[in-house]
Design a protein around this ligand. Structure first.
Ligand code: HEC
Ligand code: HEC
Length: 261
């Protein structure tokens, strides 16, 4: 659906009789000229049409973009950049640098992992179905990263230790990996780890979108046991109703049932 400007052809000036903008008595012979005119493009209805992307290409693109402007940009650029090439407009109208803010769990605040942030922003642009988004976040908490390796590594070629975060938070994800690997949070290994993780997360997002397109996306993620138990009382529908979250409660609170007065 590329509509990069329509061409109006066949404008032969002064060739046929009738009105001419040229001075009279002057005969000008021209070849047919093509005039490029800007046609305002209509922004399509939300959600925008997705076309299946090559998952390995998405991973590589995300990995390289990570080292340009961080995890959130890396994941967003991998998907939207891929769609720019494959679909063209309207994706070509999106400046993918708008996703840079998400790095380090939003400019270093250690909240939502930027790779997730960038990936799901792209997912939600091409689909209003939020179940793949939930699946990506849930699956992230249970996945040991990183296992993917680039053909050409930017920081270090070595195989890196893996860790599961149990949480979608950047701080938890990075710090658990530092503990598991022995590498510092400012090390080149940690950066390499986050680059590879960004590739994997973006790749999974594309895989899920491809499955949605094929009509065979099946979510499998189940909430942590603590979430179901604790939210029985604390959740939106419980008698106390002071918790609006489905992150594993046990990671920050005890998962022991407690006395209630
Ligand atoms: C049977 C209902 C019930 C369940 C299940 C339950 N809670 Fe509570 N929880 C309560 C009540 C009642 C209070 C006291 C509320 C108050 O004082 O406002 C409370 C208080 C708390 C507090 C505040 C404690 C404090 O000392 O001030 C925390 C934190 C908490 N619950 C976490 C959890 C977690 C985590 C789980 C799951 C492991 C859980 N709760 C499961 C009913 C429950
Ligand atoms: C990322 C860490 C984190 C996770 C995950 C988390 N909490 Fe909390 N929770 C906190 C913090 C921090 C506070 C505020 C400090 C406090 O009150 O202890 C809090 C407060 C609470 C309180 C109020 C405590 C009080 O003193 O009144 C309850 C109840 C509670 N959480 C329950 C839950 C439940 C249930 C879950 C799981 C669905 C959960 N939390 C998940 C960190 C977390």
């Amino acid at each position: 659906m590329k509509m990069a400007g329509a061409a109006v052809g066949g404008l032969a000036i002064g060739a046929v009789g009738g009105y001419s903008i040229m001075p009279p008595k002057e005969t000008i012979v021209t070849n047919e000229v093509e005039v490029e005119v800007e046609v305002p493009q209509e922004v399509p209805e939300y959600p925008w049409t997705y076309e299946k992307l090559d998952v390995e290409e998405v991973k590589n693109r995300a990995y390289n973009a990570y080292f340009e402007s961080g995890c959130s940009y890396g994941a967003f650029e991998a998907i939207i950049g891929g769609l720019k090439e494959k679909v063209g407009f309207p994706y070509t109208s999106i400046p993918t640098k708008m996703a840079v803010y998400g790095k380090g769990g939003t400019v270093g605040w250690g909240t939502l992992c930027g790779a997730i942030n960038g990936a799901i922003m792209a997912m939600n642009l091409v689909s209003s179905d939020l179940s793949p988004v939930n699946e990506l976040v849930g699956e992230y908490t249970e996945t040991a990263y990183p296992t993917w390796k680039p053909a050409v590594a930017v920081k270090t070629d070595e195989d890196l230790p893996t860790s599961e975060a149990g949480s979608p938070l950047c701080h938890v994800s990075v710090t658990k990996w530092c503990e598991a690997s022995g590498f510092g949070s400012g090390s080149i290994e940690r950066k390499e780890r986050c680059g590879r993780l960004t590739a994997e997360v973006a790749g999974r997002a594309a895989e899920m979108l491809n499955a949605v397109t094929d009509g065979n996306f099946v979510p499998v993620f189940q909430d942590a046991v603590s979430v179901t138990t604790c939210n029985g009382c604390h959740g939106d529908a419980g008698p106390i109703a002071n918790v609006h979250a489905k992150s594993d409660c046990a990671q920050c609170h005890t998962d022991e049932p407690h006395e209630t007065s």
